[in-house]
Write a new protein. Sequence first.
Length: 396
Amino acid sequence: MTDQPAARIPPPPFLDDPALRAVLAAVPDARLVGGCVRDALAGRPVADIDLATPRHPEAVMQALRAAGIRAVPTGLDHGTVTAVVDRRGFEITTLRRDEETDGRHARVAYTDDWREDAARRDFTINALSMTADGAVFDPFGGIADLAAGRVRFVGDATQRIAEDYLRILRFFRFHARYGRPPPDPEALAAIRASVGGILRLSAERVWSELLRILAAPEPTGSVALMAEIGVLAAVLPEGADPDRLARLIKAGAPAEPLLRLAALLTGDPEALADRLKLSTAERERLAALRAPPVPAPGATDADLRRLLADTPADILIGRAWLAGGDGPDWAALRARLAALPVPVFPLEGRDVLALGEPPGPRVGALLRQIRAWWLAGGCVADGAACRAELARRIGG
């Protein structure tokens, strides 16, 4: 089937990539689809480049190999082949239509109809496609929605959500990055009626989307909207405070998702980590950001060195942000924490043994005593001074 372009734009710079041009030359009926088209139209940096074609995967692989391009069947169950050029991969997916969905998975069939393929996308701004010469195809009004800052579901919002409840969270992610008030009322009504579907999603999918929402340059409006219509309570039943997140962002804190989550979350970080299956590194960082002690602007350098001896500077700086630090005193504190050298206790067990102390529990006890002495002095005593104090205590 044929369709007509809705607009023509100068081919964006990423189309000058020789590797991509080679793939498009091998599969000339392929189009760029999804996010790369959306971001090209929005004048934003393009990250992932995906392509679609009416050809079946076997024909795509044959065409690529005939052009001397490595073809990898990375997702044949979904009609996806990856073309590898100069160690870079470009996914090419055969046009599809949904045959059956259950709120988490879809059974699909191939089609040669670009509109049918676009109809299974989530939002109009993601249902765009573009040829290599800049012809943009827009079957559902995505260009106008992008210009208006409107995130709108393709077709019936309730049906789109029922096909995959993760689209509820995707709505807020895209609204945070592309949306402007007021949000689409049909989308909000459908989400409000479908919030319970979030409980059917895997923890990994929910966590991935929550991280992406919090990584947006300015997620405050989306998070407040999530709270207003009941989504935030479903995602963070441990408790959340959108106002605290808003204050953190207004203060100019870095756009670090876990720092923002530490501000947003009011409940137990360990309970959240268990439920959403955070990685060990994520769990430890979230817990550390929420733990005491919190550095204060009036702290001396000795106080800060004592903190740095036990806690990484980035964690202490994060705690300072979470404490509400948006004034000059807090800014100065963060700068001091970043500038101070991290003190390292200069003794080890062998230093105790070298002074004649036999191996045993007393070695560790002596090291703890000297470290406490070193901390009390502001972490400035060097190895020689610490050994002298150690010798004094052993001799005494």
